[in-house]
Design a protein around this ligand. Structure first.
Ligand code: COA
Length: 174
């Protein structure tokens, strides 16, 4: 499993562990309540049981990774990654990430992404993908800075507040 890395502040990025369940549950409840127009909307936050299952998958599924950013024992960011199941795409995986409202813009997202890239390279992945709402230029800029570049768009693929928004397909070869 991925080694914990503490860089220059009290934030640690590491694989999620059983003891994170309560904090991750609270984190996802707060994130869901924000109803951000840049994320696929969920009517309800995942239950505590569902969060515990997500964490358990980290050890049971070699092609899944759930990273958390921790400050003072509290989850302040997360990234989940899913390796593609088909043999012809075994070198490919997709991810998504979020950072807690009060912690955005402090480098945590960058750190989560770099940790994923290091882990994925070790595991033999050669391509990392994600889809970003086109109304999220700040996130797109962050991904581009880390070498995750736009490859195409699904035009009008989602509707947010009555307006059609493109989904930007981004990827990085590793
Ligand atoms: C996008 C997100 C994961 C980035 O994580 P982060 O820890 O804020 O990012 P970092 O501090 O490492 O990088 C900062 C960069 O992210 C950008 N950024 C994106 N959304 C931001 C936000 N809501 N607040 C502050 N910075 C944000 C900043 O503009 C900055 O880029 P810049 O230096 O070019 O201006 C995080 O801001 C977030 O959770 N946003 C809301 C949900 C979301 O958009 N998730 C991604 C969906 S694809």
């Amino acid at each position: 499993m991925l080694a914990a890395t503490t860089i220059d502040d009290p934030i640690t990025v590491r694989a999620a562990a059983d003891g994170d369940a309560d904090s991750l549950h609270a984190y996802l409840a707060a994130l869901t309540a924000e109803q951000l127009p840049v994320l696929f909307a969920r009517a309800q936050a995942p239950t505590r049981e569902r969060v515990a299952e997500m964490i358990a998958r980290n050890t049971s599924d070699q092609r899944y990774l759930l990273l958390v950013a921790i400050e003072d024992g509290r989850v302040v960011g997360m990234l989940d990654f899913f390796g593609k199941p088909l043999a012809q795409q075994h070198h490919v995986g997709g991810f998504g990430m979020t950072v807690d409202r009060g912690w955005r813009g402090r480098g945590i997202g960058t750190r989560l992404l770099r940790s994923l890239l290091a882990w994925a390279a070790q595991r033999g992945y050669r391509r990392i993908e994600l889809e970003v709402f086109a109304n999220n230029p700040d996130a797109i800029r962050l991904y581009e800075r880390e070498g995750v570049v736009p490859e195409g768009r699904r035009r009008g693929a989602i509707v947010v507040d009555g307006a059609e928004i493109d989904l930007v397909l981004m990827a990085r070869r590793i």
